[in-house]
Design a protein around this ligand. Structure first.
Ligand SMILES: [Mg+2]
Length: 249
């Protein structure tokens, strides 16, 4: 999705590219806004159990972070964290009908139609025509992510789909080994500085940040403005253009 983000090209000249990685959630389609909608409903559901100025979502955020190590990323872990928070905030008084509502929201999030952001299909077509090797690189629950990729109808534009448990240097390195790609010739495009940018720069790759309108607090990090292999573009189309402009194709 286009934002009013600044445009900042790479300071260093990008050489031949062996693999382009594209993040999925909030890069190809909206995700975080859906979580924020459900959090607002959770606040309402929990309001009768709380003092008038307390916010349930703040507690939910703590529980969710604590649970990441156990449940991983995604709707199912988020749902279990909502149930845990509801029991905690109500001192065990939360009822079956309230838990059923939480489960209903979860089902809704997992089965909602998924629409790519405007301009995404055109950008992917441009990337495909360039002939550069390209993969979706996302993280989280395998079943959930595979379902989303299938529902998006975008898989046909990619040579592969990589679903990592965590987007850190270790997992990026093993991914590059699987693809036989050199870190120095790897470009990652995504909306999260923490997941799509910093670990890729650390292993010697190139990273293009396409900021999204909504960002999960867990993913926020200071952008590495002065790094020569860091670029910022307001849209995926601009990011793709930047990848292919220096390839002599
Ligand atoms: Mg993302």
């Amino acid at each position: 999705m286009a934002t009013d983000a600044p445009f900042q090209p790479f300071a260093e000249a990008l050489g031949p590219v062996e693999l382009v990685g594209l993040d999925a959630d909030d890069t190809l389609w909206e995700t975080e806004g859906n979580f924020q909608n459900i959090q607002a409903r959770f606040d309402e559901l929990m309001a009768p159990y709380l003092a008038s100025n307390a916010v349930a979502a703040a507690h939910l955020d703590d529980v969710e972070r604590r649970n990441l190590e156990v449940f991983g990323y995604g709707v199912k872990g988020f749902t279990l964290s909502m149930i845990e928070t509801a029991i905690m905030l109500s001192d065990g008084a939360v009822g079956g009908d309230e838990i059923a509502r939480i489960l209903g929201w979860s089902r809704e999030m997992l089965t909602n139609a998924l629409k790519p952001y405007p301009g995404v299909v055109d950008a992917l077509e441009l990337l495909a025509v360039s002939g550069l090797q390209r993969s979706i690189i996302t993280k989280g629950d395998l079943f959930e992510q595979e379902t989303k990729v299938a529902a998006s109808g975008l898989a046909e534009w990619f040579d592969g789909v990589e679903i990592l448990p965590e987007k850190d240097v270790t997992h990026y390195r093993s991914l590059l080994r699987r693809w036989g790609a050199d870190g120095e010739r790897f470009v990652m495009v995504g909306n999260s500085v923490r997941s799509d940018i910093l670990p890729v720069l650390e292993l010697g790759g190139w990273a293009i940040w396409v900021p999204s309108a909504n960002q999960w607090a867990h993913e926020v990090a200071e952008p590495p403005w002065d790094h020569p292999r860091f670029a910022v573009t307001p849209s995926l189309a601009n990011a793709v253009a930047l990848c292919i402009s220096q390839q002599g194709i």
